[in-house]
Design a protein around this ligand. Structure first.
Ligand code: GAL
Length: 392
């Protein structure tokens, strides 16, 4: 590996200045991510405060207007999610108002206000920052409009009827298990070997990110403790590794700073990232630092985006977590049907997703780890992607 010749003191002070908490990379923000990150995870099994009135159920009606508020078009997965929802709902005779907030919490508030004003009969929301939505959610409840949380739990509200998602702690566990198995960490223990690792975790305003970190650490913490995994930056906590709004640019900048500050004399062996977008940022940082196939680290991700799958095939990303957005949309659509027609949607979890006000009845789909060995079987043979999409 071509190493950067930089004063360690300069590099370390740069890292200290630039990799700060969740925003990292020196990106100024008026928000307080560290404080957000300290909010209790919503999987606590403690009692949820009682909601004053049950979340609304729309009157039994044919057709109707479903408004779908999605967070951003900056990553492929949400474009696919929005497209799936629109297609499936329209096929069932609903009119669909699909909007993306481009990761701007206030823009999402305005969009939802407009959806309510335009006569939505049901709201499906994948929040940018669910903390920003409580007032508009209360307005929807007052107007008798049911809300379904899509993939990201809506926190601190009693206006949400159902939640469709994946087992979010399970995503983290799958990432941790992948690293453990791929590096054979138990054998490393016996052989007295160790691997360097850095963490790139999700947005502090997204409950999924908290749960994912918990899952990762449920597997890897013991190896960090016994020295088989060495995090040279010392940044392993959620507060220290979370990246506001899942920013690819911040992930790249954090990785550049880590490589410069802590890996001038030793390779980074593992980049444990929580999102394919982070893996793209890490890839760019690694290339910039002169890493090649010879010393490329194990890089994880989440979502099995098309680009991530291509990177897995060419070796610049090692693994991702496949979350079938078609299945998620199917489950969410049954919830829309339920609140619109008084039907019973399929639910498989009534305990885990406490949003600090209510425990939201949920359907959790199962995430699947993919790497070059099972990629074709999982994403092509299932029809999720065409072989040609992946250049196969
Ligand atoms: C999370 C979701 C991930 C990923 C991330 C960034 O809420 O669980 O799958 O998509 O957002 O978009």
């Amino acid at each position: 590996m071509k190493r950067k010749v930089l004063s360690t003191i300069l590099a370390v002070s740069m890292v200290a200045a630039m990799v700060v908490g969740c925003g990292g990379g020196g990106s100024a923000t008026t928000e307080a991510p560290a404080a957000d990150a300290e909010a209790p995870a919503a999987d606590a099994s403690g009692d949820a405060a009682q909601a004053e009135a049950p979340a609304p159920v729309a009157a039994d009606k044919e057709g109707g207007r479903v408004a779908v508020a999605m967070p951003t078009q900056s990553s492929e997965r949400w474009i696919k999610d929005g497209g799936n929802m629109k297609e499936k709902l329209e096929a069932m005779g609903y009119e669909v108002d699909l909007q993306y907030a481009e990761d701007d919490p206030q823009a999402q508030v305005s969009q939802i206000e407009n959806m309510i004003a335009a006569g939505a009969d049901c709201l499906v929301i994948a929040a940018v920052d669910s903390g920003a939505l409580t007032t508009v959610e209360a307005q929807a409840k007052t107007a008798g409009i049911p809300i379904i949380a899509y993939d990201r739990l809506l926190m601190d509200t009693d206006a949400v009827s159902y939640y469709a998602s994946f087992d979010n702690e399970g995503v983290g566990t799958a990432i941790g298990e992948y690293i453990k198995t791929a590096k054979d960490l138990d054998a490393a223990k016996e052989a007295g070997e160790s691997y360097t690792i850095e963490f790139f975790m999700g947005s502090p305003d997204d409950n999924n990110a908290v749960l994912l970190h918990k899952g990762v650490m449920s597997v890897l913490e013991k190896y960090l403790k016994d020295g088989k995994l060495v995090c040279k930056s010392g940044r392993t906590s959620f507060e220290d590794t979370c990246i506001l709004r899942w920013s690819q640019e911040t992930a790249q900048q954090n990785c550049e700073n880590y490589l410069t500050g802590f890996y001038a004399d030793e390779d980074l062996d593992i980049a444990c990232t929580a999102f394919d977008g982070f893996a793209y940022g890490v890839k760019a940082a690694l290339q910039g630092a002169g890493y090649t196939a010879e010393n490329w680290p194990l890089v994880t991700g989440q979502d099995a985006e098309l680009m991530a799958c291509k990177n897995i095939l060419d070796g610049t990303q090692t693994a991702s977590i496949f979350k079938d957005t078609g299945l998620l949309a199917d489950k969410c659509v049954t919830m829309v049907e339920a609140v619109m027609k008084g039907a019973e949607p399929e639910i498989n979890d009534t305990e885990t997703y406490n949003n600090n006000v209510v425990v939201v009845p949920s359907y959790l789909c199962t995430p699947v780890a993919v790497d070059k060995d099972n990629l074709v079987e999982v994403v092509v043979d299932s029809g999720y992607y065409q072989a040609a999409d992946l250049g196969l």
